[in-house]
Design a protein around this ligand. Sequence first.
Ligand code: PEP
Ligand code: MG
Length: 898
Amino acid sequence: MPAETMTKTRWVYAFGGGRADGDASMKNLLGGKGANLAEMSSLGLPVPPGFTITTEACVHYYGNEKRYPAELEGEVATALKIVEQQTGKTFGDPANPLLVSVRSGARASMPGMMDTVLNLGLNDQTVEGLAKLAGDRRFAFDSYRRFIQMYSNVVLDLDHHMFEEILDEHKERLDVTVDTALSADDWEAVVRDYKKAVEGELGQAFPQDPQAQLWGAVSAVFASWMNDRAKFYRRMHDIPESWGTAVNVQSMVFGNMGETSATGVAFTRNPSTGENRLYGEFLINAQGEDVVAGIRTPQALTKIAREEMGEKNPSMEEALPDVFVQFKAVVEKLETHYRDMQDIEFTVEKGRLYMLQTRNGKRTAKAALKVAVDLASEGLITREEAVMRVEPSSLDQLLHPTIDPASNREVIATGLPASPGAATGKIVFTAADAELQGGSVGAVILVREETSPEDIRGMDAARGIVTARGGMTSHAAVVARGMGRPCVSGAGEIHIDAKTGEMRARGRTFKAGDIITIDGSTGEVLTGDVKMIEPELSGDFATLMEWADGVRRLKVRANAETAVDATTARQFGAEGIGLCRTEHMFFDPTRIQAVREMILADDEAGRRTALAKILPMQRDDFVELFGIMEGLPVTIRLLDPPLHEFLPHTEEDIASVAAASGLDPEKLKRRVEDLHEVNPMLGLRGCRLGVSFPEIYEMQVRAIIEAACEVATAGRPAPIPEIMHPLVAKGEEMKFLRILTDRVARQVIAEKGREIEYLVGTMVELPRACMRAGDLAENAEFFSFGTNDLTQTTFGISRDDSGRFLNAYIDKGIFEKDPFVSLDQEGVGDLIRVAAERGRAVRPDVKLGICGEHGGDPASIAFCESVGLDYVSCSAYRVPIARLAAAQAAIGEREKDR
Ligand code: PEP
Ligand code: MG
């Protein structure tokens, strides 16, 4: 690079005193917290001065065998000098010590990734200086012991229980129960013991040099970027590892300097409901962690909130009226400035307000909808911005059933309504069991004493979470809300006996595997299965969906074959059925017999006899579906059975099929053996069945067209069936199927004397089909990308067995995400792009859609928008998610063009 174009990388950005080196647009470099501290400083808000070490420094650190950039030390020293000038204090000065906090801060907020270190810079000398400055020796030693505990835990990796035990011993010795009863001398004694314990554990003294403390904390922040919790959180929220975290070093202000000092957290609107009212809590004479730790009960911010809660302790509005007025003005300014609901941390030191953090507040899906719709209605943002503000997958929280109020509730315990929604499942007592038995395997409720970050995978696999201990801000509550899982926390009536694998509540005993239901909106735990009601999609939800529909281009259909699913899909706004899997209509016990007869018949005549039994049932199914869909397109996929799923396996099943079909059981057994396939997923599946036994597809086409005629004759909107052939690979296959379909359809139309419009198309599920899409398009009027099979056949990874090894691939970073969940845009996506181009080259108006699981995944939907598909199709419950994701994708594409 020529010297004149080389710019020196800057690793440290200062803020405070009404100015800042950075601003809110620099989140990538300064992390969310650092960028907002800079922005608040520039806005002239009271921010304690400090500086941010950039995310690039973290990236450099990991790219260079954990070595800091050479210039970093110098830049930190310079920034520290500025903070010293602004505060009039000096880092490490025994007479007038500057103390700092050290916090992590990535681009995206990652709660709980690393705890904060407060009061850094304290040692045996500076603690005396602090005592003199504050005129309060007790405060100084209390601060010092807090620092030793936090630093030891976060930086030196020592267990905090060790410190709690020491403190308990002191309290016992002094015969006191509360921390406030300890004197300055008592805290000094605690500090002595803390230091001794650290030395005992580590074989070296607690670091006294403030510089060493500072660099220890910086490297702990960088290290926290790679801890297991952070890695899992990143994976869950699609945060790339390459981003790194910033480090914020900020001069301390103290909320624990007496009755005119305080600390608190606030949301500019209610983060649970979205209600436009200041919400939050604060504590007088306390430090930050006291609010979250739950040792003291926090007080309300406003008088009205206090009154509503029936609290006696004064609100901030009443206790610190002047500061409150200033605070309210700051909070309003922040919301208007950021044009979004803010989550704010503040401290009041001896009557002076300081802002420690602001960020766009995390919120429930319900609140996200309300805030977005309200902000647009207030004119603060546009409707399109409102559409962009709601995370599509978060809607899941609102789309799940709640307990029917009319149903019988047999309550076995009550706790806190920690995360809304209801769920039923089998009890499991460990996160490991939840992982094994939950997820796609089954419905489980994880019941724990309390949860910890190690449980996060199990929590994700559970339908709901119950804890016996912990509050609304406990780990379980916070994490469950983030995941959209219903959660009841602090259900103290539940006693878990880990040894016997049982839980007791209200005199009853439950074992692992017993069914319970939880209501995360009321905090109740109920026995058994309870009737649920479907969510209502009105109010803000409907408004936002209407705005989303106004901007999206992609149509959204549902995968549905039952009347219930089709009805739900329509309620959720589906614009047709994109995939009706006809084999799913055959699993019904009253039908499976006939299907087995059909499969096992050893000649065409036998098959036709069985098919004749199935025809009327199929026709009725389609009449019902067409009726529900009222003229909207319905794509019916002809039989695509993995054969083994239909074959009788037990002697008993074989005997009953034999009895029904009049076949000899022994002969039947041999036929089952004949049909056995080594690899059924790549065997007699899809259209191979229709090519081998055309009478099966003939029956289905007949059922479809007869049903369409019946519905049209009844005067209801005429259906336009889209007849879809699965797993086609060759042009010749498609041609054969096209001729078959048209022949039967024409025949039925002639018989019924009623013209029915229909389309014939194919699922594109094989790489060859993509490469030769032009051949298929000669006879296919539409393609529907079956990305489940297309992913399976592109990677050569069995969709049924991938669970056993995919995690290893994801852990090693080979796959960023499970390609069966989120489309592999590079490989499978490229095949789709090629197929779309080649198909359109032959048939410009070929209709293109997607109906694999990816059709409900927001990132995959954005891809579908980018290649110009006509529609996506997904399960009924995901339809609203897809509508919103499609709108966001359309807006995203437009922005790209700008
Ligand atoms: C697919 O393969 O993507 C698809 C939708 O079909 P199925 O899942 O029924 O194989
Ligand atoms: Mg398929």
